[in-house]
Design a binder for this molecule. Sequence first.
Ligand code: GLC
Length: 571
Amino acid sequence: MSITSAQKKNKLPADSHLRRWVDGAVVYQVYPRSFQDSNGDGVGDIPGIISRLDYLKDLGVNAVWLSPFYPSPMADFGYDIADYRDVDPQFGTLDDFKKLLHEAHARSIHVMVDLVPNHTSDEHEWFAQSRSSRDNPKSDWYIWKNAKSTLPDGTPQPPNNWLDVLTGASAWQWDETRRQFYLHSFHAKQPDLNWQNPAVRAAICDVMRFWLDLGVDGFRVDAVYWMAKNPDFTDDPPVHPVYAKGPATNYHTLRHDNSMGWPEVYAYLSEMADVLKEPAYRTADGETDRFMVTEAYPEGKSSLDAYMAFYQGVDPAVAAPFNFDGLVLPWQARTWRISLASFHAAMATCGPRAMACYAFGNHDQHRLASRWPEVAARGIAVMQCTLPGMTFVYYGEEIGMHNVTIPADRVQDPATTGGATGGGGRDPERTPMQWSDELNAGFSTAGRTWLPLADDYRTNNVAAQTKNPHSFLTLYKKLIQLRHDCDVLRYGDFAVLPMVTPHVLGYVRSFEGKRRVTLINFSPEPVVPELDLELRTCLVSSDPRSKLTESFVSSTSVELLPYEAAFFEAA
Ligand code: GLC
């Protein structure tokens, strides 16, 4: 189907399908420190990423999202930015980034960069100015407050009880020069910007323009809930012990009702979204073509309400929130049926451009293949690649990389046992990419890499899996290829199948009279789901032992192996 000029102008009725690079895109998250080291210092870098673009092209991804590569003291491994408009020498130069952009685009791979609007590094020049006095021009670019009181020994007490996400200690840091506290919702080296200040908002919009002018296609926007807090700075209430969830860390002793997630966040993000719609960033047809995906875990809220607030509060033509159900829901058919049906029913009210953005892994979460048995993780790959919208694949998930146990003397992550993630930190899911059975898995020639390699890298690596027709990687490639070739997957409507068989999730994608069906068995037993539609060829199964051979042509009755997920043409 070709796009009519009316569609291009977005004037067709709500069910029209608009084709943009984001529609159905598979986005591959690169954590630059761990992807490929080109200069033997044990840390990945941008020239390294460039050298692996052919791999990404072959994998078939439509875009990459690069976690931060900006100048940084690396207190939070790049999420503490000291200069929004340059590249940290550890990762290369701005010219290297420009080359990466050019080379990626030459391979039809779009590039999204990480944008961290809530905080900078304490080594950013804005903060250096802000902390220099109480009356400099940037004095209110950050959040400064007087001590609430002073102990008899002279120790100043923080203005309220808010806690820092990474360590669970007070989110306030005393500064001797201003003799005031500054707020850091994350690490003490990540002071929060004051988003109530229009000059700060304008400065971040300028940062966006800087990267858009270079040609980046979009942003992943970090930690957005913290941009807006209770302007009265009221204490966070304690969690009622009966309702306490998650790891019992100091951070989780409070409900973060006041320190994050105030409604102004949508207005702030809308200002950013407006930048994406400026004439300079439209295509020759006048279409908006840039996009941003926002990171907000629906902590303490209904996830559906939380996601919908973003679709309703920020123009869904250019922005969407991550759907993190793949990180938080149990692997249960009934839960997923309810979640997908309600999410997509609500999405349908948000207009034809509203985009689901599914993530089943990222640099803050345990590896998929460590959260679930490998058979289930393969089923998740089928699900992830057959759902509507954008889907995000964290580097290494395509070969089923596992969490790596980090010896105490090699720990890097500043997150501690008191913080939101609890014990163990996030290093286990950030270890170097496993390319081959060579030294350091082909990641680096260094004597020591920044994080240790997984023990299994000699057998579990890209080179070995490329040769194996039944490997995780082969499955992913097949799925991504299918998504690429199949309009139904990229643009099709979505409906959960009413299913009487327990432990099975089924859904239909449909587009221009064609239908495709995904069936997923969530149980360790084989199952024959009751279906009231006719399945045709099975296009892919998660399980190499599947009985759903390619010769299978038409049936209303199929047997799924334990945890098998399969994708079919349907009548
Ligand atoms: C986001 C990032 C995480 C970082 C935090 C602070 O949650 O994903 O890695 O530590 O924000 O920037």
